[in-house]
Design a protein around this ligand. Structure first.
Ligand code: ZN
Length: 122
């Protein structure tokens, strides 16, 4: 690998870490609660740097468009402890959400593809 390529990769990684929370939730429409329970998002009502989120189980709360919040971290890493039964998040969505985590051993190629399709691309 030549030095130029190495630099490129580092930039890419850095960029991925800085993905805004709103871009993540716009894409995946899932919200991890403080306990790690995934809710389906029904409405995202953006107001500048904040947004009011309404879940399918009719919970409403305000979030800030932070890259470093707990929720952004959970979503980027695709962590969750359980799924909200009221939101009834469809199986395919969970699979999409967690495929990177479960299929990590298939290699980085798949991981990149998954990110492009699901989470990072605008
Ligand atoms: Zn819910």
């Amino acid at each position: 690998m030549n030095p130029k390529e190495t630099v490129k990769k580092q930039i890419k990684k850095y960029y991925r870490k800085r993905v805004e929370l709103f871009r993540l939730i716009d894409k995946i429409k899932l919200w991890p609660s403080r306990k790690g329970v995934l809710h389906g998002i029904k409405i995202i009502d953006k107001m500048g740097d904040r947004a009011r989120i309404t879940t399918h189980c009719n919970k409403t709360f305000m979030v800030t468009n932070s890259r470093n919040s707990r929720a952004a971290r959970w979503l980027r890493n695709k962590w969750f402890e359980g799924v909200c039964t009221h939101c009834a998040v469809p199986e395919w969505k969970l699979e999409k959400y967690s495929s990177t985590r479960f299929k990590r051993h298939y290699g980085s190629l798949l991981l990149n593809t998954d990110e492009k399709k699901g989470f990072v691309e605008n």
